[in-house]
Design a protein around this ligand. Structure first.
Ligand code: NDP
Length: 445
């Protein structure tokens, strides 16, 4: 990183001292744009970099709610509206006890660039709460969502800010959130939330989109190296929305996923993960991954195990931030891994990324490889605006095209800026150019 960018980063660190995840995300992007500023010095004017790193607006609010026994709980709600140069703020809501301002800001910051890469008219935002939906009844989750939306609704609108789901926020939560927004605003504003159920304005393929998009991205990465998913052994961490549909698409494309995980442990199934079993456990019964082995007797479960120590050709981290460390990267490389694509946001630590880059394997950052989710959310907004509903096949074809475009743009940009084959830099530079150009055109705001 050149001296000027170093000093900018230092200032950002001083302003956000207690936000390590946010600083990690900023550092990763600023580390890629030195060559852009050398080529386009206008993007260093009017403190454009500092403005990109400062959210347009951050809202933190109290969320009081009552559990089934009548006990009162107070959670903290967040919405960080990071950048609306390209369109209305757009990004998911995460409900997890680990949620704090640093996490929401890193996710919102990443979202700016991810959304830019899709080529669609959407700005970047993220939100959520430290509420833990695990083990809560549907009624408790509903009361929480209603209280959360009562405050959040003041800041939303289909032309203002359009949230979606993320960790801990699925169809059930989006339904309760949309219901409360509709009630408070007295408007059937379908385009105000995405990831909705099909009966009230949701779009086909949105549920599958992030995982399916990841599968398509990996296919493109391998094809660029003269390889394919056919017969490849794959690992997918997590067993939530992104993981399940990544497994499904990888298998449809000829790969074999032999292991997945949750926050408690790892399941290894040499014959390949059985999807109907996984979906029943995770989507219907909401049970820990351990129970997979009750149905698939040949599978093994290891509590607290490390997925990345299993030998594989392709690794897809789809659980959470910083879940794949430098040591894990070493283990994957030793095992012969040739491609890593991130379904989760920022799952690989900086030293892990460095090892993959040095080893010259195909490594794709989340902001490119998992952009299929938000891209399909933008397609949901299009359908809501035109009061239309597209077929599964048509929407999936669009998703596949979008992922190919993102893949090709990353590679082309990496070539243009002298870092051939580097998806991480190609993604950062390509996205930065689009956002910076829009911000500059809009003046000093
Ligand atoms: P879910 O809540 O559906 O699933 C998260 C999964 O990750 C769960 O299986 C969870 O296990 C597991 N997990 C969490 N922490 C760990 C850990 N430390 N080790 C192993 N497993 C862990 O979330 P999503 O699938 O929606 O999101 C996963 C990732 O993908 C996140 O980083 C999210 O930001 C990102 N993402 C999601 C998009 C979407 O459309 N949903 C779009 C783009 C990115 P447990 O159940 O035990 O907690």
């Amino acid at each position: 990183m050149d001296e000027k960018l170093e000093s900018t980063l230092w200032n950002i660190q001083q302003r956000n001292v207690s936000e390590p995840e946010f600083i990690q995300a900023v550092k990763e992007v600023l580390g890629s744009i030195g060559t852009v500023l050398a080529k386009h010095p206008k993007f260093a004017e009017q403190k454009l970099i500092e403005r990109i790193c400062e959210p347009e607006r951050q809202v933190i609010f109290r969320v009081p709610w009552q559990d089934d026994r009548g006990e009162v709980h107070i959670n903290r709600g967040f919405r960080v509206q990071f950048n609306s140069a390209l369109g209305p703020f757009k990004g998911g809501l995460r409900f997890h006890p680990s949620v704090n301002l640093s996490i929401v800001k890193f996710l919102g910051f990443e979202q700016i660039f991810k959304n830019a890469l899709t080529g669609m008219p959407i700005g970047g935002a993220k939100g959520g709460s430290d509420f833990d939906p695990k083990g809560r009844s549907d009624e408790e989750v509903m009361r929480f969502c209603q209280s959360f939306m009562t405050e959040l609704s003041r800041h939303l609108g289909e032309y203002t800010d359009v949230p979606a789901g993320d960790v801990g926020v699925g169809k059930r939560e989006i339904g309760f959130l949309f219901g409360q927004y509709k009630r408070i605003s007295n408007r059937y504003e379908s385009g105000v939330l995405t990831g909705k159920g099909l009966s009230y304005g949701g779009a086909l393929v949105r549920t599958e989109a992030t995982g399916y998009g990841l599968g398509y991205f990996v296919q493109e990465m391998l094809a660029a190296r003269g390889e394919s998913l056919g017969g490849k052994t794959c690992l997918v961490s997590g067993s939530g929305n992104v993981a399940i549909y990544a497994i499904e698409k990888v298998m449809q494309l000829g790969g074999k996923v032999v292991a997945c995980s949750d926050s408690k442990g790892v399941v290894y199934d040499e014959a390949g993960i059985d999807l109907p079993t996984l979906k029943r456990i995770k989507e219907v019964e909401r049970l820990p991954i351990e129970s997979y082995c009750q149905w698939r007797k040949r599978a093994h479960y290891q509590e607290g195990g490390n997925l990345w120590e299993i030998k594989c050709d392709v690794a897809l981290p789809c659980a959470t931030q910083n879940e794949l460390t430098g040591k894990d990267a070493d283990a994957l490389l030793r095992g012969g891994c040739i491609a890593v694509a991130e379904g989760a946001n920022m799952p690989t630590t900086p030293d892990g990324i460095e090892k993959f880059t040095k080893a010259r394997i195909a490594y794709a950052p989340g902001k490119a490889a998992n952009a299929g989710g938000v891209a399909t959310s933008a397609l949901e907004m299009q359908q809501n605006a035109s009061r239309d509903a597209w077929s599964f096949e048509y929407t999936e074809r669009k998703l596949a095209h979008i992922m190919k475009d993102i893949h090709d743009r990353c590679l082309k940009t990496a070539d243009e800026f002298g870092v051939p084959g580097n998806y991480a830099q190609g993604a950062n530079i390509g996205a930065f150019l689009r956002v910076a150009d829009a911000m500059q055109s809009l003046g000093l705001i």
